[in-house]
Write a protein that binds this ligand. Structure first.
Ligand SMILES: [Fe+2]
Ligand SMILES: [Fe+2]
Length: 267
């Protein structure tokens, strides 16, 4: 990859790369370049930022309502589950670099960028891990249709960092913490230890992503003199159609630094 000087341009390169494994490789390279001081933070917000990331020809993307219903039982159900997770991780790569690039001029120190670079590199590793696991199970990422609703939250929150942090890490990734333990158990029960182990690695990493979301959300509220719980609920109302879905994994959410008063009586 050619060396980028502008941080936003490097992030843009992740978004505009179509081939998933190449996207993941560039994501890791960009995170590495940031770590080694090779990228300079842009002084202004980027112009003509892409509204959507480039997507490969496969998988076919379907509106959520047209997605075939999956049975989790049986090997084909578990493979479909891994495929769906790989798709989520691919979107998560773009979400991290979209956040950095779009909000490159946020009034926050470089630690903010460093945190999301680490998240982006994690998501790339998660995607590659799941894509490799699919190959071991005689399947490729792209072999099944995938959900096209995942980018909507990014698009809906493209103008405001507080909104983005609320909906992506604090709603969607926190939801991942709620549902993953049961999923790990299903793989374990089916004797697929290897996939279960991968899910547990992802689960631990995702806690740190929610943690980064909480940390910077609280910081922005503090800087702007806003009440965090009130502000979070306002973002939910404006940018997240449905109510939060219990049951919540309170233990994991606590570990991830997500204040209980954000969601406990927001149901
Ligand atoms: Fe992930
Ligand atoms: Fe994540």
């Amino acid at each position: 990859m050619a060396e980028h000087k502008s941080l936003a341009a490097a992030c843009r390169c992740v978004l505009t790369t179509q081939e998933p494994r190449e996207k993941a490789a560039i994501a890791r390279q960009v995170a590495d370049d940031w770590r080694h001081g090779k990228l300079a933070r842009d002084s202004g917000a980027p112009t003509d930022w892409p509204d959507r990331p480039a997507r490969p020809l496969k998988p076919q993307l379907l509106p959520p309502r047209d997605m075939p219903r999956r049975k989790m039982s049986g090997q084909s159900g578990r493979k479909a589950q891994l495929h769906a997770l790989a798709h989520i991780e691919l979107n998560a790569i773009d979400l991290a670099f979209d956040l950095i690039g779009r909000f490159v001029d946020a009034p926050l120190e470089d630690d903010f960028i460093t945190d999301w670079m680490r998240v982006g590199a994690d998501e790339a590793r998660h995607f590659l891990m799941l894509a490799d696991r699919l190959v071991e199970l005689d399947m490729d990422y792209g072999d099944l249709p995938a959900h096209d609703g995942l980018w909507q939250a990014a698009f809906d929150t493209r103008h405001k960092l507080l909104a983005r942090l609320s909906i992506v890490p604090l709603v969607l990734e926190a939801r991942g913490l709620d549902v993953t333990p049961a999923m790990m158990e299903k793989f374990q029960r089916a004797g697929d230890e290897k996939s279960a182990r991968m899910l547990s690695i992802i689960y631990e990493d995702e806690k740190t992503h929610v943690f980064a979301g909480s940390k910077w959300f609280l910081r922005l509220c503090n800087d702007d003199g806003l009440d965090p719980a009130e502000c979070f609920r306002k973002q939910l109302k404006n940018h997240f159609g449905g109510a939060l879905k219990p049951p919540f994994n309170i233990e994991a959410r606590d570990e991830a630094g997500l204040p209980r008063n954000f969601y406990v009586d927001a149901v």
